[in-house]
Design a protein around this ligand. Structure first.
Ligand SMILES: [Zn+2]
Length: 430
């Protein structure tokens, strides 16, 4: 199913010509109105007329997270104050937030891209959409909300947490589609189990959009099984409208990135040079339609690859592979680079393992992985616990090349966050 078949299946030549024209307009727009870019473009010695092909994109300067923080609170605004319609901020764990402004056109475009994505996944006016993301300064919930309304779903702005109320809403209004973080989806599945609810028998759920945190294919399988839904991966970031940058189609072989709105590059995070198609690197995005706050070559710090080839669904927009981590969430333990997703992949592949885990770093590089046991299907006999523990240690060692301590804990004993999951506690004094 298509929301806008013409643009979604536009031939590559036309799509790239459209990108080039919009890129030039974006450069003219920021060069005329954003002092930050006036300075940056002058420094790089580039003007809009120098951009003759999409390869010339590489002549433009990068924009970083630090640039956005440094220009807080005004942001990189390119329109008069009277044209600003909405402010979101994106918070990091430290320092100032980033101020992100939307014009009316930006708000409309953000909803339009979500409408494409939801329709692509088979959502229709008959669906009841329960939005379990955090409403507020974070873009995740609101942008999906307006997109779902555009499709014509009945939208329930549930927000996260309060599992009892979530369940009540699902039962009483027969919710069919949810939008949820992977960690809360897994927690909620445990809640349903504890209440004796079988989602396939007792609820009407059929699809889940899962995003806002990186997660593994193994976790997707667990969520699908536990909630009885098809899980669709989504990708977005507040700097680029929020969710809606890239979504999976029913073929689920990568997420189609809406290339009429964004140009994607994948670069080596160290050198900033492009990596060959299909290889992993840092995703760099340029906005093509944003009015209030266009951004050139934004270093997302997300690690992914562009999937080579075309998709059987007929869409011409290229696909992003699953986000495997962030350039800044790599843990360096005893000199080895470790992504938390590597650990998750090992754990979630084991049926005896439950839905939650925590990585704790102490002292001089001591790593402990606390792992919840599955509530069902594990008898808790001591010899079985010991065997499982040593199996996890050896599998982790093979994956991350260092030997962590593994502590098995009962289901439900690790802290659960209602927003983004905190998977790592670093107490090291290095
Ligand atoms: Zn497709």
């Amino acid at each position: 199913m298509f929301w806008d078949k013409e643009i979604e299946t536009l031939d590559r030549g036309s799509l790239e010509r459209l990108q080039l024209g919009r890129l030039r307009e974006t450069i003219e727009h920021v060069a005329a109105h954003v002092p930050f870019y006036q300075h940056k473009l002058a420094e790089a010695g580039v003007e809009a007329t120098d951009i003759r092909s999409l390869d010339d994109l590489r002549r433009l300067p990068f924009t970083t997270n630090a640039d956005l923080r440094a220009t807080y609170p005004r942001g990189l605004v390119a329109t008069p104050p009277g044209e600003l319609l909405r402010l979101h901020t994106s918070s990091g764990t430290t320092g100032k937030p980033k101020a992100l402004f939307f014009s009316r056109g930006d708000v409309d475009n953000a909803a339009e891209l979500i409408a494409r994505a939801m329709t692509m996944a088979g959502v229709t006016t008959d669906d009841v959409f329960q939005n379990m993301m955090t409403y507020g300064l974070f873009t995740g919930a609101l942008v999906m909300h307006y997109g779902a309304e555009k499709v014509g779903c009945l939208v329930i702005p549930a927000g996260p947490g309060n599992s009892e109320r979530q369940l009540l809403l699902m039962q009483d209004f027969r919710s069919t589609v949810v939008h949820v973080t992977p960690s809360y989806a897994l927690y909620f599945a445990g809640y349903l189990e504890s209440k004796g609810i079988d989602p396939r028998r007792d609820l009407a759920l059929r699809k889940a959009f899962v995003g806002a945190e990186p997660y593994t294919e193994e976790s997707r399988g667990k969520i699908e099984k536990a909630l009885g839904v098809e899980v669709y991966n989504s990708y977005g970031l507040s700097e680029m409208n929020g969710p809606g940058v890239a979504f999976e189609c029913p073929h689920q072989s990568g997420m189609h990135l809406w290339e009429d709105h964004f140009i994607a590059e994948v670069v080596d995070p160290q050198t900033g040079e492009p990596v060959p198609e299909g290889e992993c690197g840092e995703l760099v995005l340029t906005t093509l339609c944003r009015e209030a706050m266009p951004i050139l070559r934004y270093r997302t710090r997300d690690i992914t690859a562009l999937v080579p080839g075309t998709c059987a669904c007929g869409r011409s927009h290229r696909r992003l592979a699953r986000i495997t981590g962030r350039t800044d969430d790599v843990l360096v333990v005893r000199g080895v680079n470790i992504y938390p997703q590597q650990i998750e992949q090992v754990l979630m592949g084991l049926p005896q393992v439950g839905r939650n885990y925590l990585i704790v770093l102490d002292g001089l590089d001591e790593m402990t992985v606390k792992v919840e046991l599955a509530g069902s299907g594990f008898d808790g006999r001591i010899e079985h616990v010991v065997r499982l523990q040593s199996e996890i240690v050896s599998r982790l060692r093979a994956e991350i090349l260092t030997k962590p301590k593994v502590e098995l804990v009962p289901e439900g004993s690790l802290p659960v966050s209602e927003g983004k999951a905190k998977r790592v506690i670093d107490n090291r004094k290095l």
